[in-house]
Ligand binder design. Sequence first.
Ligand code: 5GP
Length: 191
Amino acid sequence: MELLEERIRRDGVVKSEGVLKVDSFLNHQLDIDLFDAMGEEFKRLFADAPITKILTIEASGIGIACVVARHFGVPVVFAKKAQSINLDGEMFTTRIESFTHGRVYDVIVSKKFLNADDHVLIIDDFLANGCALNGLIELVGEAGATVEGIGIAIEKGFQPGGDDLRERGYRLESLAIVERMDPETGEIAFR
Ligand code: 5GP
């Protein structure tokens, strides 16, 4: 998506260790016109899919997911990072290793909000190694629901998550795929 790539080139900051900072429009200050254009694009890409729910993970996926959901006319459910898991059987649970913080979180979704009839579009801001998405896919599986597709704002194509998910047959659409980025020069190249 040209608009997003231009914005990443203009305002993205390349950090060391494969991290791209996009705090001025995606992760801290949020550009809602840009989010709206992304929502429209996801709707076009998944127009034939019978989506009943958008699933994301707190915190940074929620803003995008909400705007995307407006285009599909369906609710958003976000997986919550839990301090401790209450094993009362009311929750679907999994564990996710955070790319940016390096620690492992328990994440939960209430059984009230995801069920076997749901056709889910998973939305997130970034795709790196795929840990967050694999956790979300697992939660959908626990519910007996169907993953119709995965929509990502920025995939880092030099990290293995995206290619792994495509090989496993998931319908994955990333609006911008960063192929290379150089922390020395700040240069960013797209696939
Ligand atoms: P993964 O689970 O695919 O390894 O990493 C995806 C998650 O880590 C995303 O939900 C995102 O919040 C965070 N993340 C991964 N790489 C980056 C990055 O380069 N920049 C930012 N801002 N977040 C990232």
